[in-house]
Ligand binder design. Sequence first.
Ligand SMILES: *Cc1c(COP(=O)(O)O)cnc(C)c1O
Length: 388
Amino acid sequence: MQPANRATVITPSQTLAIDAKAKQLKAAGEDVIGLAAGEPDFDTPEHIKAAAMGALEAGFTKYTPSSGIPELRQAIAEKLKADNDLDYEPSQIIVNCGAKHSCFNAMLAVLNEGDEVIIPAPYWLSYPEMVRMAGGEPYIVETTPETGYKLTPEQLRENISPGTKMLILNSPSNPTGSVYTETELVELAEIALEEQIYILSDEIYEKLVYGDAEHTSIAAFTDTTLANTIVVNGFSKSYAMTGWRLGYLAAPKEIAKAVDSIQSHSTSNPTSFAQKGALAALKGPQECVEEMRQKFDERRRRMFELLKNMPSVGVVEPLGAFYMLADISAFGLDSSTFCSQLLEKEKVALVPGVAFGNDRTVRMSFATDLENIEKALGRFARFCQSLR
Ligand SMILES: *Cc1c(COP(=O)(O)O)cnc(C)c1O
């Protein structure tokens, strides 16, 4: 049987491939340390689990409206107002099966065949593939460590063409950990408005910011920005709920309606009882979020301290999410070779930057405990030493 063209233009996720190799070595009894994970290592807070279990016990096991239960959409609208100063009606919010699904549905709803989508690199590896699946053309713009891996207004302006439909912005960013400041966002938003391009703002890591960094939503500046932007967020990273598969988007009315239609004919509603868990996440105590953030921050500072003192390794301090990008280009190996040799020789699993559109770097996650971080970085240093 022949797969369709749309299936052959996409490549399988390379983060999952490395992860599989590391698991295989582990199963064979090797002492592998994985810093490749893309999810919190914490368990979902108890009160959230209890709400979902309660819903199951109460028989909340049927289809819900495809766009999500009304009380959850209401709670999300309230959250977006309180945390992000965004004015949405519940009807503009669609709950999806994870923020990944939200991004994909958003693209299906706005992209026409051949529409260009500007994606700053290093990028979250699913964006270009989703754009292609939705019929669009990814247009990659490379950022550099000098700007903290952030897209500059000049870069945005230079790369907009008549075919440009959308800009994808991910702040805080996976994989770079960079967080755009309000001033930077205002400048980008102004250009997007002027040039009439849409913004897809993936804010999944909003709660994980460190030091002086603050998260601002690019949709928050004016009514026009709000009308030009689709905001994506979810529960996976803030509440350690990756396996629950719940995310959401907030969009102008006509786009929300289109996403609802797409969803109603594809996945239908996100899991009924999981939605009750998400409701508890938003309505319940928020201390759990701050506790996890502080743990991440402690690990971040330790990892950065160890990395920044390593000769020939370049690193920009991440101010958000739970990843660090290390520039290993001085060793003369491409990122995949570097990662597979590191895994083989020192049993440390990282993700090659080529997966994120940057072959000079490797991504290490600090969603693991301090002991693992110290051990892994010790091995990483020894490996780098052996290359010099
Ligand atoms: C993890 C992640 C998501 C998706 O999370 P879901 O589990 O699908 O809610 C979206 N964007 C980025 C940048 C991520 O790292």
